[in-house]
Ligand binder design. Structure first.
Ligand code: DGJ
Length: 758
């Protein structure tokens, strides 16, 4: 049984072959935490492992048990006002104006599988791949207030991860107001952690930063209405000396796409409290008598094998328990017309691009922004999802027919959460926009956010969008979202409900996703928010891939995809080969470099392929064949960061970044090595591979060279290709469109290895 309860010691031990999560009922009835980490033997009592000490100047829970002070007791549901002066995980305001709570253990249930969610529209862990999951529900009651909380722990049998969330039920006859509710609260005995988080901005998303935590509170959050490009709802706590491959780390991520808060507090006794949940700023929820509120779920994972181990745990968890069952379990390569045409296209141009793309071996054409009436720039028409017959005389149906006649699929861009003032929708329903009537409306990209807390808004957009998807026989949807919420106010909600707006809005977004995904089960959804502005586990539940960034420059993408990989699997990262010169950075790079970077993602193209030379077309044909041949390995293998700028290895003396994927059976592997800036008089550089079978004999396909797995991992793979200033025929070679690894800035090398069969 993966969940043990010892009646005598009142200890819960949640475990699988990788991890243990241990908690117990405290002497005063509240739920204490004991341990989270590497698997510990089951059937043992760990409650002797005290977490607190008798100190002066503390508030004790009772006179007869002076050791129980909540201030340094590790807890599962810390609350406000009873002697724990750290941040609470649940704060409820009562009719009398107080916030005090005492939740004590009432009962618990263990369910085989996942306990049915109350709020079915919210993204949540699933077990469609039948890995095996077990749910523990611990019910705690505040008998003074008649408010009940269920803490849910859902354990995956096959990954080192647990999801946690809570339900709050109002059993009293009066309304109570939830002001804060962290999905996960993890109290830890130690405080010697570094914090890794993923920060950024538009076009520079998920750049990791690492800082040492010290006494006090460290937090980051979003109040933008979406998870945001600025901070991702994820962090990792790294014990001392953690590297990509060694050391203990804990990762925590929220399965949610709206405002969130991550908060890590270290107290004066060197204990750590880590929390993640809905951002309490701008939030409150009225819980009427008899009502229940469910928080989003959070996932927590532990690894002893450094950050690569943690990422692999998370990748596996996301693959098994978050992503929808794949619509197509086969390689496909898409082409998107955004950077090729922007708004300036007609049917002829689109069909030309699609025709060329199909001849190059691509499988899906995606028509981006600009296909509906009035949409010739980003100033107008969002919300009016009526086809522009000037651009597409035969409508979506006609265009789709022509594209499908080429033997490829048809995809469509939408941005359903928005409108422009210049639109029929806004003229008919100005109150459907989130704004406060007393204030001027702030604007972003000339557009405004529709109030998805109103079901009639979701209904209308659903009708309009689904008509387009039906007409165009659409196979793929790129769901964009290009601005943040300001003046958060809904004319539809009562004054005391305004604090519910952000959460209700994102629930409305999930509602539309649910409806579209159910009505069009064959459609593959890719989410996008000005690139990767809403790359989170909430949306991955509906849309299994996300446009990682609007930045298609391969050098920037190296950093962005590298940062993204700390939590998200390669198969979720939208990656395209774009035109030269790059539109975001104006940097020039070779076609091979651009492709080698995009290879570690979903892979596609975003350029006007009709303008390519024959040479370039031949290269692209080979790139597509190569990607399709290795798709299975890239999307399903285990991913390793070999040389990452986040924890730079001293062995990287030549400004390289390097990634690797290894198949589950360790028989296939691929390594990408990327030179960023060339260094003069380079050193001999080795790359130390990971995850191979040390006893296996591997052949490098391109050179027919043989290596043992042990040799590649411990002696290293020698990159002997660096330019030293002496090469004779270099300049002739560099004149060609093919690059040579190590000979100049932005060159790359892909190494393919297969294990020799016995
Ligand atoms: C922002 C997206 O990130 C781009 O890829 C493109 O779809 C534009 N929006 C279209 O307006």
């Amino acid at each position: 049984m993966p969940i043990d309860f010892n009646n005598k010691t009142q200890q819960f031990h949640i475990h699988n072959e990788f991890i243990s999560y241990i908690m117990y009922v405290l002497p005063n009835g509240e739920l204490g935490h004991l341990y989270f980490g590497q698997r510990l033997p089951e059937g043992r009592d760990y409650t002797y492992q005290k977490t607190n000490m008798n100190h002066v100047l503390k508030a004790y829970t009772a006179d007869d048990d002076s050791y129980l002070c909540l201030e340094d007791t590790l807890q599962e549901l810390p609350v406000y006002g009873r002697g724990d002066y750290r941040g609470e995980s649940l704060r409820i305001k009562y009719e009398d104006g107080s916030y005090i709570n005492k939740f004590t253990y009432k009962e618990h249930y263990v369910y085989d599988g996942i306990k049915q969610h109350t709020l079915v529209s919210m993204p949540h862990v699933h077990d469609e791949k039948k890995c095996g999951m077990t749910t523990l529900e611990v019910i705690l009651l505040d008998s003074y207030r008649q408010v009940e909380v269920s803490l849910f722990y859902i354990l995956s049998a096959k990954t080192a991860a647990i999801s946690r969330h809570m339900e709050i039920r109002n059993l009293s006859s009066a309304r109570v107001v939830i002001e804060q509710c962290a999905s996960l609260n993890l109290d830890l005995n130690e405080a010697s952690y570094d914090l890794l988080q993923l920060d950024g901005a538009w076009s520079r998303e998920r750049h990791p930063s690492i800082r040492t935590l010290d006494t006090g509170v460290t937090s980051f959050s979003s109040i933008r209405g979406s998870s945001s490009a600025n901070h991702n709802p994820f962090f990792a706590l790294l014990s001392e000396h953690v590297t990509e491959d060694l050391g203990d780390c804990i990762g925590i991520a929220l399965i949610y796409s709206g405002n969130f808060n991550a908060r890590i507090e270290i107290n004066q006794y060197k204990q750590t409290r880590a929390q993640i949940g809905i951002n309490e700023n701008g939030f409150h929820w009225n819980l009427e008598s008899g009502e229940c509120f469910e928080t989003p779920q959070a996932v927590v994972s532990f690894s002893q094998n450094g950050l690569n181990g943690l990422s692999q745990n998370m990748h596996r968890f996301i693959d098994y328990h978050i992503l929808p069952t794949p619509k197509r379990d086969e390689p496909y390569v898409l082409i998107n017309n955004w950077e090729a045409t922007y708004f300036d296209f007609d049917e002829k141009k689109i069909v030309e691009i699609a025709t060329e793309a199909s001849q190059l071996g691509m499988d899906l054409f995606v028509l981006d922004d600009g296909w509906f009436v009035g949409r010739d720039s980003d100033r107008s028409a969002l919300g009016d999802w009526f086809v522009n017959k000037d651009k597409l005389p035969e409508g979506l149906a006609g265009l789709s027919r022509k594209i499908k006649a080429l033997g490829i699929d048809f995809g469509l861009w939408i941005e359903p959460e928005m409108t422009n003032i210049e639109s029929i929708l806004y003229k008919e329903h100005p109150d459907w926009v989130i704004h406060h009537p007393a204030y001027p409306m702030s604007v972003g990209r000339h557009q405004y956010v529709l109030d998805y807390s109103r079901v009639e808004v979701v209904d209308t957009i659903y009708e309009r969008i689904s008509a387009c998807l039906v007409e165009g026989k659409v196979d793929y949807v790129k769901w964009d979202m290009n601005r943040l919420i300001s003046e958060p106010y809904s004319s539809h909600l009562s004054p005391d409900q305004q604090g519910e707006l952000f959460h209700r809005h994102i629930l409305g977004v999930y509602d539309l996703y649910n409806r579209l995904v159910s009505a069009f089960p064959h459609i593959l959804f890719e989410s996008c928010a000005s690139g990767g502005g809403r790359f989170d586990l909430g949306l991955l539940y509906f849309a299994p891939q996300t446009w990682t960034s609007d930045d298609t420059d391969p050098v920037e993408r190296l950093y962005i995809q590298n940062g993204t990989s700390y939590l998200y699997p390669l198969a979720t990262m939208g990656s395209h080969v774009a035109a030269d010169i790059n539109h975001q950075t104006l940097r020039k790079t070779s076609l091979s470099y651009r492709s080698d970077v995009a290879l570690f993602g979903t892979y596609g193209y975003e350029m006007d392929v009709t303008l390519l030379s024959d040479d370039e077309k031949n290269i692209i044909k080979k790139q597509i064949i190569f990607f399709k041949k290795h798709w299975d390995l890239i999307h399903k293998g285990s991913f390793y960061r070999l040389e990452s700028p986040v924890i730079p290895s001293k062995k990287n003396v030549n400004d390289l970044l390097s990634w690797m994927v290894v198949s589950e059976d360790k028989k296939q592997a691929m390594v990408g090595v990327y030179q960023i800036l060339t260094k003069p008089s380079p050193n001999v550089q080795r790359i130390y591979l990971r995850g191979l079978d040390p006893k296996g004999e591997y052949i490098e396909t391109a050179t027919n060279s043989f290596y043992s797995g042990a040799e590649l991992m411990t002696f290293g793979y020698v990159l002997d290709d660096f330019y030293t200033g002496i090469a004779s025929d270099l300049h002739d070679k560099l004149g060609k469109s093919q690059q040579i690894f190590g000979h100049g800035d932005f060159t790359s090398k892909i190494i393919v290895l297969s294990m020799k069969e016995e």
